[in-house]
Design a protein around this ligand. Structure first.
Ligand SMILES: Cc1cc2nc3c(=O)[nH]c(=O)nc-3n(C[C@H](O)[C@H](O)[C@H](O)COP(=O)(O)OP(=O)(O)OC[C@H]3O[C@@H](n4cnc5c(N)ncnc54)[C@H](O)[C@@H]3O)c2cc1C
Length: 433
């Protein structure tokens, strides 16, 4: 996979055939007679994209409302660079103004508190009730509790910073207060978790910061999984060559206790570790709205006996396999695709196209394709990447990788770093602008 191809191809990722033609400005077979009311919950990577493309492709008869409590979305992508001062959180903020002014999406600042799948309506935190013909949920993830002990004040220092925001700022302050004798401990939960390369990326940028700014300090990665979960070639090189002597990688390190008073992490079989900063990423589950509303939880158990905690969907439409007229996208859904922002954007386009067909008596695309790409800063000036393209497999009714599966760059360099900046601008523009 040539990187420039996926940089250029981003806007076409996940398109159904008719919508693809429409996006290219060709005479379109896309039925523009779709009528109905679609409510989208969650203004992140999946929800914002589906709302935008429903309006862009669906024609004037489609009434689209996005429900999101926050006026600004802070991108998780690039948030590891906030920890080292290379980016500010405000540089990663995106609003919904283009969604309403350019595409005519109604944006409501509220949370959805309950779903009535029989009456086909949702209850909002501001007391409003919205009815829908199709409901799309993209609420992202929530977390299982950590095995934490210690005083409340000390426990408050143990953050995940896995949803960009206040915890990112807290972790940044803790890292910047480290001295050259201190250790940063990062714990990685069992898969599935959002952004498979993300924790390893975080270890690399923190190691780079400790080396270049603090002139000392160590990073210990406690990975609950048996090995590196993404870009194994790139990260093995980063840990053993680029950041040799700074990063220690410990696989099969299932965290059983974290004592916030003594700043000690205990694992089931890999030993006990002490750090100045403990960045503990808890086990993931679908956003609370999904788990609380009983939308079918179908993910296969994880390697360490983690039960399914994500919503089962039909990947032709992203409609829930348990609740009709309700679609689930992005990190909250259980598919064979990774939990990542790029693929949430691609899934959203498949979903938007399918909903338009369903609301206009058309035919759902029987052969959708999606793709995922991740760029990973390894130092302040170099990056690596991975890319994978998926196609629908009718036999297994899942998305399967095409060609050789996941491709990774094999090295980190400054050209990749420049491409990373373009990729981010394109992805976020395609989602929010
Ligand atoms: C450090 C880090 C680095 C990453 N880097 C990359 C990368 O390089 N490439 C990549 O592709 N991905 C990356 N990701 C992953 C990416 O951020 C997520 O996979 C992506 O954001 C998932 O999109 P989503 O729509 O499912 O959820 P989100 O983007 O998290 O959006 C969920 C939205 O739903 C809203 N919401 C939740 N509950 C409700 C409710 N009840 N009512 C209304 N709204 C609600 C939330 O406020 C939020 O705005 C990274 C993640 C992290 C943590």
């Amino acid at each position: 996979m040539q990187r420039r191809k996926f940089l250029q191809g981003l806007g076409m990722a996940g398109l159904g055939l008719t919508a693809f033609r429409s996006a290219l400005g060709q005479s379109s077979a896309a039925p523009l007679g779709a009528t109905g009311r679609v409510v989208v919950v969650g203004g992140g990577m999946g929800g914002t994209t589906v709302a935008k493309f429903l309006r862009l492709w669906g024609g004037p008869g489609l009434d689209v409302t996005l429900v999101e409590p926050n006026a600004t979305y802070y991108s998780n992508i690039f948030s590891n660079m906030v920890l080292t001062g290379e980016r500010s959180l405000s540089q990663l903020g995106f609003t919904y103004s283009a969604l309403s002014s350019r595409y005519g999406v109604k944006v409501m600042a509220a949370s959805v508190t309950a779903i009535d799948p029989v009456g086909k309506s949702v209850a909002l935190s501001n007391g409003t009730r919205l009815s829908y013909d199709r409901l799309v949920l993209s609420p992202g993830i929530d977390f299982e509790p950590l095995p934490l002990s210690g005083s409340a004040a000390n426990q408050a220092r143990i953050v995940h910073a896995w949803k960009a925001g206040a915890q990112t700022t807290s972790l940044k302050a803790q890292i910047q207060a480290m001295t050259s004798a201190d250790t940063f401990i990062l714990t990685i939960p069992p898969k599935p978790y959002r952004c498979p390369p993300g924790p390893y990326e975080r270890a690399c940028v923190v190691a780079d910061y400790l080396k270049t700014v603090k002139r000392g300090g160590k990073v210990v990665i406690l990975d609950a999984n048996p090995g590196i979960q993404a870009e194994p070639v790139n990260f093995t090189r980063a840990f053993n060559v680029t950041h040799k002597g700074v990063i220690t990688y410990v696989p099969n390190a299932i965290v059983t206790a974290i004592d916030a008073d003594t700043m000690t992490v205990t694992t089931a079989a890999a030993g006990t570790f002490k750090g100045k900063v403990i960045n503990a990423i808890p086990t993931h589950k679908a956003g609370n709205l999904i788990t609380a509303s009983g939308i079918g939880l179908a993910n296969a158990p994880g390697p360490n006996g983690v039960p399914g905690k994500f919503a089962g969907v039909d990947v032709l439409t992203y409609e829930s396999t348990a609740v009709p007229f309700v679609h689930v996208l992005g990190d909250a859904s259980a598919t064979t695709q990774p939990k990542a922002g790029h693929i949430a954007n691609a899934e959203a386009k498949v979903c938007a196209d399918a909903i338009i067909q369903l609301l206009s008596g058309g035919t759902v695309n029987p052969a959708p394709m999606t793709n995922s790409s991740c760029f990973t800063p390894i130092t302040k000036t170099t990056a690596s990447w991975l890319s994978v393209v998926y196609r629908y497999d009718p036999a297994s009714r899942t998305m399967v990788p095409t060609g050789n599966g996941v491709t990774e760059s094999q090295y980190a360099d400054s050209e990749n770093y420049e491409d990373m900046l373009k990729w981010f601008t394109n992805l976020m523009s395609d989602t929010f602008k």
